[in-house]
Design a binder for this molecule. Structure first.
Ligand code: CTP
Length: 423
């Protein structure tokens, strides 16, 4: 594997060499492990390095962080630590662990173990490969569960028949990896997956864990294929029994993906989209507001996420109706859309077939969004206005006039203020 390692970008390679040196100094065995090794073999770019240490992972991570002079986040309870080398380059370090599941679908009990134990607790064989990065064995591939063969044959395979019962979130993970790499869930794994689904095992998993897996799935490049596969193999009861996914949802997903491409190509400097959230709202599009409210509570979304989801559910019809008119003032478009998030606006655009709605939303992003006025509170004070709530009303009038093209320059704004004063 040394050959493959040497093909990595210089920055990652030097990180691996530094890890080797620290492992040697501390007398630990260290391994690259899991998704990073899988992707290295597949030739897929992956900037999330996972290192497993036979020894003390936290001590190893402390040393590495000091040498690199970067931030380290410790998770003492799990013997793991995360090192953020750059926003895009992360290193997760863990002490090799042994796990056992006291009950189905519960979090496992974790103890310190050897590399073999750490690999044996994993979801699929493709994630059980490790590369030694310490001592004389530097660069050696450790392939205890025939993961290399499964990668080459494009198979998703569990390590033992109770894997989905131990951790039902693996049902969603199997589908995610299968669709991401265009692999196949091999027959016995598929049989176990179907049996676990029949047992309604997803109903007893902590909902937040399902939420996290669903989010990961909706972040995938081709989440629609995974959604189709979930529909076929699992169903959507785990989100809500009333959820029905049809060809309309598929069309909406395709339309969303076009809108996301449009937005990203036109507005490179705007904040990054939460793409998964747009797809999630599309999935639950046909639920009633009350069902969505209780789903938000069950999935424990963070405030900002819940707010965006509920604003879409509550306001979409009103907004679509108003924007469907041909003649609507720019200031009205602005006040309808400005309070909404990019995710909600793009979903409305993706959902509507009406040309006016699409045009008004495009105008909003191209022209009206972020419109600001030049007159300040100081200007109003200089013109003899007493500071107070009245200021906001004047600012609004100026903003509307500016949006509607009635005024452009600061002088015109000041003239309008003076006219308002005389009135
Ligand atoms: N894992 C598992 N069961 C889970 C979640 C994770 O066995 N329910 C194991 C997998 O073997 C995985 C490792 O923990 O390789 C790290 O998990 P994660 O970072 O989620 O997976 P990656 O393989 O790195 O996947 P991705 O490329 O999506 O980040």
């Amino acid at each position: 594997m040394e050959k493959n390692l040497k093909k990595l970008p210089e920055e990652i390679l030097s990180l691996i060499y530094l890890s080797r040196d620290i492992a040697e100094e501390l007398g630990f065995n260290a391994y690259l492990i899991g998704g990073f090794v899988r992707d290295l073999i597949l030739g897929v770019k992956n900037l999330d390095l996972d290192i497993a240490v036979e020894g003390d992972g936290i001590k190893f991570a402390d040393n590495l962080a000091q040498r690199l002079n970067v931030k380290l986040t410790r998770h003492k309870r799990f013997g793991t630590a995360t090192l953020t080398v750059k926003p895009q380059l992360k290193l997760d370090i863990a002490t090799t662990r042994k796990e056992f599941y006291p009950e189905p679908a519960c979090l496992p009990v974790v103890n310190i173990g050897m590399l073999k134990d750490d690999l044996a607790r994993r979801d699929f064989t493709i994630n059980t490969l490790a590369i030694s990065i310490s001592g004389k064995k530097f660069g050696e591939l450790i392939n205890l569960f025939d993961g290399e063969n499964d990668i080459n044959n494009k198979n998703i395979r569990i390590l033992h028949n109770l894997s989905f019962i131990d951790d039902p979130t693996r049902i969603l993970r199997a589908i995610r990896f299968e669709q991401r790499y265009n692999f196949k869930i091999e027959p016995n794994t598929l049989k176990c997956l179907k049996e676990a689904v029949k047992l309604k095992i997803l109903n007893i998993v902590q909902p937040q864990r399902l939420r996290d897996e669903l989010i990961l799935l909706l972040k995938e490049e081709n989440s629609l294929r995974a959604i189709k596969r979930i529909r076929k193999l699992v169903g959507f009861n785990f989100i809500n029994p009333a959820l029905s996914i049809s060809a309309k949802t598929y069309d909406l997903f395709n339309s969303i993906s076009r809108q996301i491409r449009w937005f990203k190509s036109k507005f490179v400097l705007h904040r990054k989209l939460d793409v998964w959230l747009i797809y999630f709202m599309a999935l639950i599009d046909f639920l009633k507001v009350n069902q969505v409210k209780s789903l938000c509570r069950r999935f424990v979304f963070c405030k900002g996420e819940e707010k965006r989801i509920l604003s879409y559910m509550k306001l979409r019809s009103k907004i679509m109706l108003k924007l469907s008119r041909n003649k609507i003032k720019p200031s009205s478009i602005f006040h309808l859309l400005e309070p909404l998030s990019y995710e909600v606006i793009l979903l409305i655009k993706a959902k509507s077939k009406n040309k006016n709605i699409k045009k008004h939303i495009e105008d909003f992003f191209h022209i009206y969004h972020r419109t600001d006025i030049s007159v300040s509170g100081h200007d109003l004070k200089d013109l003899g206005f007493t500071p107070g709530p009245g200021y906001q009303k004047i600012f609004n009038k100026l903003l509307n006039a500016k949006l509607n093209g009635e005024i452009k320059t600061k002088k015109q704004e000041l003239d309008l203020v003076k006219r308002l004063k005389n009135k």
